[in-house]
Design a protein around this ligand. Structure first.
Ligand SMILES: [Fe+2]
Length: 247
């Protein structure tokens, strides 16, 4: 199986002057077949047939929770899917981390991002069952984020003022939660539908409004120097069978 996507990196790189004026930008229809990257079948498969890490967004605190707690062999700990499922049924948004390891197109996309932008990207998915679903409280992420919508609609609000890199992310986000967002400067709201891309610079405060059942990819772009190189090659094991020696 060959996985590839038609990606226009010139279009991406010509949106803003990233060297002199790093700011958010939006590209409608950047991905032509977004369902290849992430569909509800992918979410079901990830949840049921892998040990992929899931984080649940607690509906009251709007912080993420993790239920990796089932002891297994070799000191391994597996996710408690039953607890996760109950929380999802109760309208929590949830995310699946390291998603580039579970979908061939997502792996290709992550590899392309690394190659064209010089980062070490990691893709997670965000899933919400309905417009009543609670998502994250307003917060920052340390690294730049590329967002790609693959199903349904969201509204993404980005604030102008950036946050220092001197304090830990957890501390910044807990202080930010108690402050009025008017101190964060002008805001811009982007409406995303399937195939749309949003780029957000590092340490940019943002919040998301879920408008419908939705699936979104959130791609964290970490510096290559501070992260171990993750192998994103596709290894076609099935095709090796052709070389089997017949007796
Ligand atoms: Fe975020």
């Amino acid at each position: 199986m060959h996985y590839s996507l038609d990606l226009n990196w010139d279009l991406f790189l010509n949106q803003v002057d990233l060297i002199h004026d790093d700011k958010p930008f939006f590209i409608p229809n950047f991905i032509t077949s977004p369902e290849k990257l992430l569909s509800w079948d992918d979410v079901d498969n990830f949840f049921n047939f892998t040990e992929g890490p899931i984080n649940i967004i607690n509906t009251s605190t709007q912080h993420s929770e993790n239920f990796d707690e089932i002891p297994y062999y070799y000191n391994k700990v597996l996710p408690n899917r039953n607890k996760e499922y109950q929380a999802i049924k109760n309208n929590s948004t949830f995310n699946g981390a390291c998603y580039n390891n579970y979908n061939g197109y997502a792996k290709y996309l992550s590899h392309e991002i690394d190659k064209n932008l010089g980062v070490a990207s990691d893709i997670q998915f965000l899933a919400s069952l309905s417009s009543n679903t609670v998502s994250f409280h307003p917060h920052i992420d340390i690294d730049p984020i590329i967002v790609i919508q693959t199903y349904g609609k969201i509204e993404w609000t980005v604030y102008e003022n950036k946050v220092t890199h001197l304090f830990p992310r957890g501390f910044i986000n807990s202080v930010m939660l108690s402050k009025d967002f008017q101190y964060l400067g002008k805001s811009q709201t982007f409406s995303l539908t399937p195939g749309d891309l949003l780029y957000m610079p590092s340490r940019t405060p943002h919040q998301v409004k879920v408008n419908s059942t939705r699936l979104t990819l959130s791609i964290q772009c970490m510096p290559q120097m501070s992260n171990p190189k993750v192998d994103k090659s596709y290894y076609p094991i099935k095709s090796l069978i052709k070389n089997e020696i017949k007796n």
